[in-house]
Design a protein around this ligand. Structure first.
Ligand SMILES: [Zn+2]
Length: 224
């Protein structure tokens, strides 16, 4: 799952005392940001195995820290604590809890999507319901999630600057475009595609979307 993760950020943002949209965009992808950073640092690993799932050719065979349940709980707690620390007086607890939930939402959606490659507490047993083996269902779930969350966010916020509609539209186009590349772009070649290139492309996509979320945050406010 890729853009479906942002549904959690869009749903949580209008909640009272929630952190800003770019912070939530970072939170919901923190596990994948950590994973790609660990891949570049050679702490975690992936390889390209065409057909390993019907939709995603990446064999995510070693990601105990970024995607293991123990590591995810630590990421949620640490990120939540950091957000609480920088949040304004009276917002700390709520902002921290919402940020922690946003981080954890990634794990829940990944368990549904991935093949059994997600570790629990470091034991050998791995879980994953394998939605990626059912392309039509996977695409419907991912697009349905993000579309519903987007509609809710648009309904519960309003433009506060002239570009408040434009920023939202550009975010929608950005999400759709990056997901289209992810689904329909040329698949990575197991012999020629450097693994670091996959990791860097992922990090770049997350960065672009955090930037767009920052623009939306600056130009929209709660509708009350
Ligand atoms: Zn993930």
């Amino acid at each position: 799952m890729f853009i479906g993760h942002y549904a959690a950020a869009l749903i949580l943002r209008p909640v009272k005392k929630a952190p800003s949209l770019p912070v939530l965009f970072a939170a919901v992808q923190l596990m994948d940001i950590a994973f790609f950073a660990f891949v570049i640092a050679k702490t975690e690993s992936l390889r390209i195995t065409p057909g390993i799932t019907a939709m995603n050719p990446l064999d995510l065979y070693f990601m105990p820290f970024s995607h293991g349940l123990a590591g995810v709980l630590i990421q949620s707690a640490v990120f939540g604590a950091l957000v609480a620390l920088v949040a304004g007086q009276g917002h700390r607890a709520a902002a921290g809890i919402i940020a922690g939930l946003a981080v954890f939402s990634h794990w829940v959606l990944d368990v549904v999507t991935h093949r059994p490659d997600m570790m629990l507490f470091g034991a050998d047993e791995k879980i994953g319901a394998g939605l990626w083996n059912h392309p039509n269902a996977a695409m419907t779930v991912e697009l349905g999630l993000i579309a519903a969350a987007f509609a809710l966010y648009a309904l519960l916020t309003r433009p506060k600057a002239g570009s408040g509609m434009t920023s939202l539209a550009v975010l929608a186009v950005g999400l759709a475009l990056l997901q289209a590349i992810n689904w329909f772009g040329p698949p990575p070649n197991p012999l020629t595609t450097p693994i670091n290139e996959i990791a860097l492309q992922g990090l770049a996509a997350f960065g672009v979307l955090i930037g767009l979320a920052w623009w939306v945050e600056r130009t929209r406010e709660p509708a009350d």
